[in-house]
Write a protein that binds this ligand. Sequence first.
Ligand code: FMN
Length: 353
Amino acid sequence: MKRAKPLDSKPLTARQVTSRGLGAGAPRLEAAGPFGNGPISALPNANLTSENKQVAVRIGDLFLQNPVLTASGTFDPFTYAELVDLNRLGALVLKGLTLQPVLGNKPPRIAETPAGLLNSIGFQNPGLEGLLRDILPRLKDVTVPIIANISGDTEEEYEELASRLNHLPEVAALEVNISCPNVARGGMVFGTDPEVAFSVVSRVRRVYHKTLIVKLSPNVTDIAAIARRVEAAGADAVSLINTLLGMAIDVRTRRPRLGNVTGGLSGPAIRPVAVRMVWQVARAVRIPIIGMGGITSAEDALEFLLAGARAVGVGAANLVDPRATMEIIEGLERFLEEEGIKDINELVGAVRV
Ligand SMILES: Cc1cc2nc3c(=O)[nH]c(=O)nc-3n(C[C@H](O)[C@H](O)[C@H](O)COP(=O)(O)O)c2cc1C
């Protein structure tokens, strides 16, 4: 297979997104209300840092200085390092990785929708060798945990990738994306059947001895049932949600807007679905949850914490505002200050139902 260039798949560069946003007519994926999205220097509490606020959380063996992670595939650390202090993040989650390089789906790979975006990147990535050669050496100054996100066509592939990553000191934890088609089962997605999910996570668990996070698919009837089996298989945490399967059609050409026909929907459109799923999973498992889906502001992140998430991932919002994670961290610190809350962990699952 022709080798793909590393981190080639990002649809827009940081400069493009800041100047273009999501285009005319697209929703403003900006913070609203009291958690406004201005530059950090303009905030009243600009001198607050994670060290003097109680925003640290624990996920498995990871101690995170704050609960804000990048969501896999939405944050190019090399481009964004010019605009974001990577060492202010709770953790840096890398783009999905497979054992061998993957060139990805045919274009177009991104389509804007009324409150988010559809993507069908198709797991484009440089493979394990590319990670070792081109990516990890360039992240050597990152002091926050680096989390690898892995995908595979078969259980064997997940297992081999996990076992090889287990020996890498640069990778602090693994996020296993089970929203991938299982070739041995005719393309049925690993994460849509509780027993298939149990099986692949068990195999990864046997060979991976650091923190193991399993990323759940929302394209299921009962996400709590999947989460329970993933916990039973030995996961240290679950992250949710991955994108919701969607489709958009250009009525003039009568063609699908994505080259792949269908794709994954992310952004504010999916937030209520994601919050509901986090709430359901929080009642079903004891392991920590990393919540994500449409988070654009500190207020959005707080919704996830109250629903039961211990940490959050920020995805599509990075494509609109590369500094979204920084503004969310600041907003969380300010919220604690304003509400007189000593420890952010007090908010986890504190929704009054
Ligand atoms: C362009 C793009 C690429 C993505 N790539 C991955 C990936 O490689 N692995 C993965 O587990 N999730 C991937 N995701 C899903 C996100 O990590 C996240 O779960 C999802 O988009 C929901 O969060 P959001 O609404 O904040 O974007 C991708 C999402 C987008 C928009």
